[in-house]
Design a protein around this ligand. Structure first.
Ligand SMILES: [Zn+2]
Length: 237
């Protein structure tokens, strides 16, 4: 049943290892190999996202962590500047490969946005931040006590709201808007910092889907490359 839910809601999904093989196939000829490229990764804080992080680290060495709740880059201008300053140089240019993946779990009964975690009996929301956003759209917010904040959740909502006039009352649709927003956020910051002047850039985004007793899958969203001419070109993976 989870596989049916995956095929229905995220058609074209592939295992994350398969996805990374495809990325490597298009990125390597452009010079994004382990030796020359530096990876930066925007994943949600949920521990369930980590197998993907580890797989990226195996292929591209230790990545810079960009992500906050919902996989929206949370590091701000200072963090982006730090990430860009770590990119190694070969033949006068750097190569930065960026990944961004909001995520969603599928429970054993096929229900979307739920995961039964290790040593727990009841399913809990995955992604918790996306489910909380959906809940707040339906039921409103609880005000926070003075002095506390919910900055990453607020930002997640704001960047998704920038994508559409009216937010959908549906977790899958909301998650697909989130991956659009993550892709836009990554490119907006790279463009604003004129990163292409010093380095070649490639950005790969999608939705990471957790299946029970199975490997995570990726629903690919966007793959693109930008070189010194500042023109962003789609990559076919
Ligand atoms: Zn999450």
């Amino acid at each position: 049943m989870p596989r049916t839910a995956l095929a229905t809601s995220f058609p074209g999904s592939v295992s994350y290892e398969n996805f990374l093989v495809r990325v490597e196939r298009v990125a390597m000829p452009l010079g994004f190999d382990r030796e020359r490229a530096f990876a930066a990764v925007s994943l949600c804080r949920d521990e369930m996202t980590e197998p993907l992080l580890e797989a990226i680290a195996r292929r591209w060495d230790r990545p810079f962590n960009l992500g906050g709740l919902g996989a929206v880059p949370a590091l701000g201008r200072t963090g982006w500047r730090a990430a860009l300053s770590h990119v190694p140089e070969h033949d006068g240019r750097g190569r930065l490969i960026v990944f961004g993946f909001p995520h969603l779990g599928i429970a054993p009964d096929g229900s979307l946005g739920q995961t039964v975690r290790r040593h727990q009996r009841m399913a809990t929301p995955t992604c918790g931040a996306m489910v909380a956003l959906l809940d707040s759209l339906r039921n409103g917010y609880d005000p926070l006590p003075a002095g506390l904040n919910d900055l990453e959740a607020d930002r997640l909502r704001r960047v998704i709201e920038e994508q559409v006039e009216d937010l959908p009352d549906d977790l899958v649709a909301l998650t697909k808007l989130a991956v659009r927003a993550v892709d836009d956020e990554i490119w907006a910051e790279l463009d604003a910092l004129r990163a292409h002047e010093d380095m070649d850039l490639s950005v790969f985004t999608g939705v990471q889907v957790h299946l029970p007793d199975d490997v995570d899958h990726i629903w690919p969203w966007a793959s693109s490359y930008c070189g010194a001419d500042a023109v962003r070109r789609p990559l076919e993976i």
